[in-house]
Design a protein around this ligand. Structure first.
Ligand SMILES: C[S@@+](CC[C@H](N)C(=O)[O-])C[C@H]1O[C@@H](n2cnc3c(N)ncnc32)[C@H](O)[C@@H]1O
Length: 297
Protein backbone atom coordinates (compact mmCIF):
# COMPACT_ATOMS: atom_id res chain seq x y z
CA UNK A 1 0.00 0.00 0.00
CA UNK A 2 1.31 3.48 -0.76
CA UNK A 3 2.45 5.75 2.03
CA UNK A 4 -0.04 8.28 3.43
CA UNK A 5 0.92 11.93 3.62
CA UNK A 6 0.75 11.68 7.41
CA UNK A 7 3.33 8.88 7.46
CA UNK A 8 5.53 10.67 4.94
CA UNK A 9 5.52 13.84 7.06
CA UNK A 10 6.31 11.88 10.21
CA UNK A 11 9.25 10.17 8.53
CA UNK A 12 10.51 13.40 6.92
CA UNK A 13 10.24 15.30 10.21
CA UNK A 14 12.24 12.62 12.02
CA UNK A 15 14.91 12.66 9.29
CA UNK A 16 15.23 16.46 9.41
CA UNK A 17 15.28 16.40 13.21
CA UNK A 18 18.14 13.89 13.17
CA UNK A 19 19.99 16.11 10.68
CA UNK A 20 19.71 18.94 13.22
CA UNK A 21 17.80 21.45 11.07
CA UNK A 22 15.58 24.12 12.65
CA UNK A 23 11.80 23.58 12.66
CA UNK A 24 11.87 20.08 11.10
CA UNK A 25 8.07 19.63 11.05
CA UNK A 26 7.47 22.97 9.36
CA UNK A 27 10.23 22.30 6.81
CA UNK A 28 8.73 18.88 6.03
CA UNK A 29 5.29 20.42 5.45
CA UNK A 30 6.60 23.24 3.26
CA UNK A 31 8.65 20.88 1.11
CA UNK A 32 5.84 18.35 0.76
CA UNK A 33 3.43 21.14 -0.18
CA UNK A 34 5.81 22.32 -2.91
CA UNK A 35 6.37 18.83 -4.35
CA UNK A 36 2.65 18.01 -4.31
CA UNK A 37 1.59 21.45 -5.54
CA UNK A 38 -0.84 21.69 -2.62
CA UNK A 39 -1.55 24.63 -0.31
CA UNK A 40 -1.39 24.38 3.49
CA UNK A 41 -5.15 23.82 3.87
CA UNK A 42 -5.15 20.87 1.46
CA UNK A 43 -2.13 19.42 3.23
CA UNK A 44 -4.16 19.28 6.45
CA UNK A 45 -7.42 18.15 4.82
CA UNK A 46 -5.82 15.29 2.88
CA UNK A 47 -3.36 14.19 5.52
CA UNK A 48 -4.73 10.64 5.61
CA UNK A 49 -4.68 10.22 1.83
CA UNK A 50 -1.92 8.46 -0.12
CA UNK A 51 -0.60 11.02 -2.63
CA UNK A 52 0.85 10.10 -5.97
CA UNK A 53 4.05 8.07 -5.41
CA UNK A 54 6.04 10.15 -7.93
CA UNK A 55 5.15 13.36 -6.05
CA UNK A 56 6.25 11.81 -2.76
CA UNK A 57 9.54 10.79 -4.37
CA UNK A 58 10.01 14.41 -5.47
CA UNK A 59 9.24 15.53 -1.89
CA UNK A 60 11.81 13.04 -0.61
CA UNK A 61 14.47 14.68 -2.80
CA UNK A 62 13.63 18.12 -1.38
CA UNK A 63 13.80 16.72 2.15
CA UNK A 64 17.23 15.24 1.38
CA UNK A 65 18.45 18.69 0.24
CA UNK A 66 17.16 20.24 3.46
CA UNK A 67 18.76 17.48 5.54
CA UNK A 68 22.06 18.34 3.82
CA UNK A 69 21.73 21.88 5.19
CA UNK A 70 20.29 23.79 2.22
CA UNK A 71 17.98 26.55 3.52
CA UNK A 72 14.28 26.12 2.75
CA UNK A 73 14.23 29.50 1.00
CA UNK A 74 16.76 28.35 -1.62
CA UNK A 75 14.94 25.05 -2.13
CA UNK A 76 11.61 26.83 -2.62
CA UNK A 77 13.23 29.76 -4.45
CA UNK A 78 11.34 32.27 -2.35
CA UNK A 79 11.16 34.01 1.01
CA UNK A 80 8.66 36.35 2.59
CA UNK A 81 9.90 39.78 3.66
CA UNK A 82 7.63 42.40 5.23
CA UNK A 83 4.59 40.50 3.97
CA UNK A 84 5.88 40.39 0.38
CA UNK A 85 7.12 37.34 -1.50
CA UNK A 86 10.69 37.64 -2.81
CA UNK A 87 12.38 35.38 -5.31
CA UNK A 88 15.72 34.20 -3.95
CA UNK A 89 18.52 32.31 -5.69
CA UNK A 90 21.96 31.26 -4.42
CA UNK A 91 23.24 34.61 -5.75
CA UNK A 92 21.45 36.55 -3.02
CA UNK A 93 21.26 36.53 0.73
CA UNK A 94 17.98 35.16 2.06
CA UNK A 95 16.22 38.26 3.46
CA UNK A 96 16.09 38.10 7.26
CA UNK A 97 13.26 39.11 9.59
CA UNK A 98 15.59 41.42 11.55
CA UNK A 99 16.15 43.48 8.38
CA UNK A 100 12.42 44.34 8.44
CA UNK A 101 13.34 46.71 11.28
CA UNK A 102 14.93 49.03 8.67
CA UNK A 103 11.55 49.32 6.91
CA UNK A 104 9.73 49.89 10.21
CA UNK A 105 12.10 52.75 11.04
CA UNK A 106 11.67 54.30 7.60
CA UNK A 107 7.90 54.14 8.00
CA UNK A 108 8.09 55.71 11.46
CA UNK A 109 10.27 58.60 10.30
CA UNK A 110 9.28 59.44 6.75
CA UNK A 111 6.07 60.58 5.15
CA UNK A 112 4.40 57.78 3.19
CA UNK A 113 3.12 59.80 0.25
CA UNK A 114 6.05 62.24 -0.16
CA UNK A 115 8.09 62.22 -3.39
CA UNK A 116 11.17 60.85 -1.62
CA UNK A 117 14.42 59.73 -3.20
CA UNK A 118 16.01 56.65 -1.67
CA UNK A 119 19.19 54.63 -2.04
CA UNK A 120 19.59 50.96 -1.07
CA UNK A 121 23.26 50.02 -0.74
CA UNK A 122 23.93 46.28 -1.20
CA UNK A 123 20.45 45.44 -2.42
CA UNK A 124 20.83 41.66 -2.91
CA UNK A 125 17.34 40.31 -3.66
CA UNK A 126 16.04 43.88 -3.57
CA UNK A 127 14.27 43.21 -0.26
CA UNK A 128 14.81 46.75 1.04
CA UNK A 129 14.56 48.65 -2.25
CA UNK A 130 11.42 46.91 -3.46
CA UNK A 131 9.68 46.99 -0.07
CA UNK A 132 10.46 50.69 0.29
CA UNK A 133 9.01 51.35 -3.17
CA UNK A 134 5.88 49.38 -2.26
CA UNK A 135 5.41 51.08 1.13
CA UNK A 136 6.23 54.60 -0.14
CA UNK A 137 4.20 54.99 -3.32
CA UNK A 138 5.71 58.40 -4.11
CA UNK A 139 9.32 57.27 -3.74
CA UNK A 140 12.00 56.61 -6.33
CA UNK A 141 14.66 54.13 -5.27
CA UNK A 142 18.15 53.44 -6.60
CA UNK A 143 19.31 49.92 -5.73
CA UNK A 144 23.08 49.35 -5.78
CA UNK A 145 24.99 46.08 -5.69
CA UNK A 146 28.41 45.01 -6.87
CA UNK A 147 26.97 41.65 -7.95
CA UNK A 148 25.34 41.62 -11.38
CA UNK A 149 23.71 38.26 -10.59
CA UNK A 150 22.08 39.73 -7.47
CA UNK A 151 20.85 42.75 -9.42
CA UNK A 152 19.14 40.44 -11.93
CA UNK A 153 17.16 38.86 -9.06
CA UNK A 154 16.35 42.28 -7.58
CA UNK A 155 15.07 43.46 -10.99
CA UNK A 156 12.70 40.50 -11.21
CA UNK A 157 11.45 41.21 -7.68
CA UNK A 158 10.78 44.85 -8.57
CA UNK A 159 8.79 43.72 -11.61
CA UNK A 160 6.88 41.11 -9.59
CA UNK A 161 5.77 43.80 -7.16
CA UNK A 162 4.91 46.29 -9.91
CA UNK A 163 7.45 48.91 -8.82
CA UNK A 164 9.96 48.49 -11.67
CA UNK A 165 9.09 51.98 -12.95
CA UNK A 166 10.25 53.53 -9.63
CA UNK A 167 13.27 51.36 -8.81
CA UNK A 168 16.48 51.65 -10.81
CA UNK A 169 19.53 49.50 -10.53
CA UNK A 170 23.22 50.27 -10.52
CA UNK A 171 26.12 47.85 -10.49
CA UNK A 172 28.71 49.61 -8.35
CA UNK A 173 30.92 49.35 -5.30
CA UNK A 174 29.19 51.26 -2.53
CA UNK A 175 32.57 52.39 -1.26
CA UNK A 176 33.01 54.43 -4.42
CA UNK A 177 29.58 55.54 -5.52
CA UNK A 178 29.19 57.59 -8.66
CA UNK A 179 26.80 59.86 -6.75
CA UNK A 180 27.37 63.18 -8.46
CA UNK A 181 23.97 64.78 -8.69
CA UNK A 182 22.33 62.24 -6.36
CA UNK A 183 20.59 63.93 -3.45
CA UNK A 184 18.60 61.35 -1.58
CA UNK A 185 16.37 61.62 1.47
CA UNK A 186 17.10 58.10 2.72
CA UNK A 187 20.03 55.71 2.53
CA UNK A 188 18.98 52.22 3.60
CA UNK A 189 21.51 49.43 3.80
CA UNK A 190 22.15 45.97 5.09
CA UNK A 191 25.84 45.72 4.19
CA UNK A 192 28.14 42.74 4.72
CA UNK A 193 29.07 42.92 8.38
CA UNK A 194 30.66 39.57 9.17
CA UNK A 195 34.43 39.56 9.72
CA UNK A 196 36.56 36.81 8.16
CA UNK A 197 37.18 35.44 11.66
CA UNK A 198 33.45 35.27 12.42
CA UNK A 199 32.74 33.71 9.03
CA UNK A 200 34.43 30.46 9.99
CA UNK A 201 32.06 30.13 12.95
CA UNK A 202 28.81 30.60 11.01
CA UNK A 203 26.34 27.72 10.76
CA UNK A 204 26.81 25.45 7.73
CA UNK A 205 23.44 26.62 6.38
CA UNK A 206 24.82 30.12 6.05
CA UNK A 207 28.46 29.35 5.26
CA UNK A 208 27.88 26.60 2.71
CA UNK A 209 24.88 28.09 0.90
CA UNK A 210 24.70 31.87 1.13
CA UNK A 211 26.97 34.05 -1.06
CA UNK A 212 30.13 34.97 0.80
CA UNK A 213 30.16 38.39 -0.86
CA UNK A 214 26.90 39.19 0.96
CA UNK A 215 28.36 38.26 4.33
CA UNK A 216 31.99 39.41 4.41
CA UNK A 217 32.10 41.77 1.43
CA UNK A 218 34.62 41.95 -1.38
CA UNK A 219 37.49 39.47 -0.99
CA UNK A 220 40.68 40.82 0.50
CA UNK A 221 39.13 44.12 1.42
CA UNK A 222 36.97 42.97 4.30
CA UNK A 223 34.25 44.78 2.49
CA UNK A 224 36.01 47.83 1.32
CA UNK A 225 38.63 49.27 3.56
CA UNK A 226 41.54 50.72 1.64
CA UNK A 227 43.99 49.59 4.30
CA UNK A 228 42.84 46.00 3.84
CA UNK A 229 41.57 45.61 7.39
CA UNK A 230 39.00 42.85 7.56
CA UNK A 231 36.13 43.65 9.88
CA UNK A 232 32.44 44.29 9.46
CA UNK A 233 32.75 47.81 10.80
CA UNK A 234 35.43 48.79 8.26
CA UNK A 235 32.78 48.16 5.65
CA UNK A 236 30.41 50.36 7.61
CA UNK A 237 32.90 53.23 7.73
CA UNK A 238 33.18 53.31 3.95
CA UNK A 239 29.44 52.99 3.51
CA UNK A 240 28.72 55.84 5.95
CA UNK A 241 31.17 58.12 4.12
CA UNK A 242 29.43 57.45 0.82
CA UNK A 243 25.97 57.74 2.39
CA UNK A 244 26.90 61.19 3.72
CA UNK A 245 27.90 62.29 0.22
CA UNK A 246 24.65 60.97 -1.25
CA UNK A 247 22.22 62.35 1.35
CA UNK A 248 20.66 65.79 1.38
CA UNK A 249 21.20 67.75 4.63
CA UNK A 250 18.56 66.38 7.02
CA UNK A 251 18.54 63.07 5.10
CA UNK A 252 18.32 59.81 7.02
CA UNK A 253 20.73 56.87 7.22
CA UNK A 254 19.32 53.49 8.30
CA UNK A 255 21.95 50.79 8.30
CA UNK A 256 21.67 47.28 9.70
CA UNK A 257 24.49 46.23 12.01
CA UNK A 258 25.85 42.98 13.35
CA UNK A 259 24.91 42.46 16.98
CA UNK A 260 27.58 44.00 19.18
CA UNK A 261 28.65 46.56 16.55
CA UNK A 262 26.57 49.43 17.98
CA UNK A 263 29.36 51.13 19.93
CA UNK A 264 31.82 50.88 17.05
CA UNK A 265 29.18 52.18 14.64
CA UNK A 266 28.54 55.28 16.75
CA UNK A 267 32.32 55.84 17.07
CA UNK A 268 32.56 55.78 13.27
CA UNK A 269 29.90 58.48 12.93
CA UNK A 270 31.56 60.62 15.61
CA UNK A 271 34.87 60.35 13.77
CA UNK A 272 33.23 61.41 10.49
CA UNK A 273 31.97 64.92 10.97
CA UNK A 274 28.58 65.89 9.61
CA UNK A 275 26.23 63.46 11.35
CA UNK A 276 23.69 64.19 14.06
CA UNK A 277 21.16 62.26 16.17
CA UNK A 278 23.12 59.03 15.84
CA UNK A 279 21.60 56.11 17.72
CA UNK A 280 21.48 52.34 17.58
CA UNK A 281 18.08 50.71 17.83
CA UNK A 282 17.80 47.17 19.17
CA UNK A 283 15.90 44.32 17.52
CA UNK A 284 13.22 42.27 19.28
CA UNK A 285 15.93 40.19 20.95
CA UNK A 286 17.44 43.39 22.40
CA UNK A 287 20.56 43.19 20.19
CA UNK A 288 22.16 46.15 18.37
CA UNK A 289 20.46 46.11 15.00
CA UNK A 290 20.02 49.36 13.10
CA UNK A 291 22.21 52.44 13.05
CA UNK A 292 20.11 55.57 12.65
CA UNK A 293 21.66 58.96 11.86
CA UNK A 294 20.82 62.21 10.15
CA UNK A 295 23.12 64.11 7.81
CA UNK A 296 23.74 67.42 9.56
CA UNK A 297 25.51 69.53 6.96
C1 LIG B 1 24.01 41.32 3.64
S1 LIG B 1 23.57 41.34 1.92
C2 LIG B 1 22.05 42.27 1.99
C3 LIG B 1 21.09 41.98 0.88
C4 LIG B 1 19.71 42.64 1.06
N1 LIG B 1 19.84 44.09 1.18
C5 LIG B 1 19.00 42.10 2.26
O1 LIG B 1 18.92 42.80 3.27
O2 LIG B 1 18.50 40.95 2.22
C6 LIG B 1 24.78 42.51 1.30
C7 LIG B 1 24.74 42.78 -0.19
O3 LIG B 1 25.78 43.73 -0.47
C8 LIG B 1 26.43 43.38 -1.67
N2 LIG B 1 27.79 43.92 -1.60
C9 LIG B 1 28.86 43.42 -0.93
N3 LIG B 1 29.92 44.23 -1.06
C10 LIG B 1 29.51 45.26 -1.84
C11 LIG B 1 30.13 46.43 -2.33
N4 LIG B 1 31.39 46.67 -2.07
N5 LIG B 1 29.42 47.29 -3.09
C12 LIG B 1 28.12 47.03 -3.39
N6 LIG B 1 27.46 45.94 -2.95
C13 LIG B 1 28.15 45.07 -2.18
C14 LIG B 1 26.35 41.87 -1.76
O4 LIG B 1 26.45 41.44 -3.10
C15 LIG B 1 24.99 41.60 -1.10
O5 LIG B 1 23.98 41.53 -2.08
Amino acid sequence: MSETLHDFLRRATARLGEAGVDSPALSARLLAARALGWDAARLVAERRSAPDAAALRAAEILVARRAAGEPVAYILGEKEFYGLRFEVTPDVLVPRPETEHVIELAEARLERAAPLRMLDLGTGSGALAVTLAVRFPGARVLAVDVSGAALAVARRNAAAHAVADRVSFLRADFAALPVAGTAVDLVAANPPYVSDAEYAGLSREVRDFEPRLALTGLPGRGGLDARGAVTGTECLAALAREAHRALVPGGLLLCELGCGQGGAALDILRAQSGWRDGEVTPDLAGLDRVLVAVRAL
